[in-house]
Design a protein around this ligand. Structure first.
Ligand SMILES: C[S@@+](CC[C@H](N)C(=O)[O-])C[C@H]1O[C@@H](n2cnc3c(N)ncnc32)[C@H](O)[C@@H]1O
Length: 219
């Protein structure tokens, strides 16, 4: 298994990857609005801000299109705000889109409908072969406990392992690209599966945590 961890802005770093070199784009970008609850209370939505984010992700998808093989797949974590934007911008590059649900099994206490799921949009490239796994598309995995988190949006490694293992099967030559690595939960899943992984992260603090965790996983 090989892991390549790159520090910097993924929009620039993507230009350094060879064309048609990636099998699976599997990533968890920042959500719209931000998922940090402390930030959310102060967050004021504006359409112009959505426009900036939209043009960022449009450009991001164009860059991934260059490196993702034509039998590959886009797998992007999102919420109901960003799902529509990803659907529209993935549309020209894929033959089929589907939505997976991560069911967190329980929700926090409080008023109104409590949030218990995340969406994962998948875009299958024109030559992608059907995945012969026969599992459902709702995945039930508990969230990472607050005391164990190094990142406010940290995802459970076993969730990624389940999805990626079904996509990869026994072909550990497959290359997974994760341009929004955070603290490396997707890299850890790739390490457990034994496939190749390229992770990118803009924040030096999170990059260091990911680097340490992924390196330590072997020991
Ligand atoms: C939702 S978090 C990923 C969390 C990760 N899945 C985990 O379990 O730790 C998104 C990450 O993308 C990073 N990020 C945001 N913009 C970026 C960019 N342009 N290039 C690379 N990383 C970026 C953020 O710093 C953040 O750590």
């Amino acid at each position: 298994m090989t892991c390549q961890l790159l520090s910097g802005d993924c929009v620039d770093l993507l230009d350094d990857l060879a064309a048609n070199s990636i099998d699976i784009l599997y990533t968890d970008p920042p959500y719209i609005p931000p998922s940090h609850s402390s930030t959310l209370t102060k967050y004021k939505k504006t359409l112009s801000e959505m426009g900036i984010l939209e043009s960022f992700f449009k450009r991001f998808i164009e860059k991934v299109d260059r490196v993702l093989k034509d039998d590959g797949i886009f797998v992007i974590y999102c919420n109901c705000d960003s799902y529509a934007m990803f659907y529209i911008h993935l549309y020209p590059y894929v033959k089929k889109q589907r939505c997976f649900i991560w069911d967190k099994i329980s929700c926090s206490l409080g008023y109104t409908f409590r949030h218990q799921h995340e969406m994962i949009i998948c875009g299958e490239r024109p030559n992608m072969k059907p995945i012969k796994c026969g599992t459902g598309d709702i995945f039930k995995y508990k969230v990472v406990k607050a005391k164990d988190k190094d990142h406010p949006a940290q995802k459970p490694v076993d969730l990624h392992t389940h999805i990626l293992r079904n996509m990869i099967g026994d072909d550990t030559d497959k290359v997974v690209l994760d341009p929004f690595m955070g603290t490396g939960s997707i890299g850890l899943a790739c390490k457990d599966i034994g496939c190749k992984y390229i992770g990118m992260e803009i924040e030096p603090e999170y990059f260091k945590v990911a680097q340490e965790k992924i390196t330590m996983r072997d020991l």
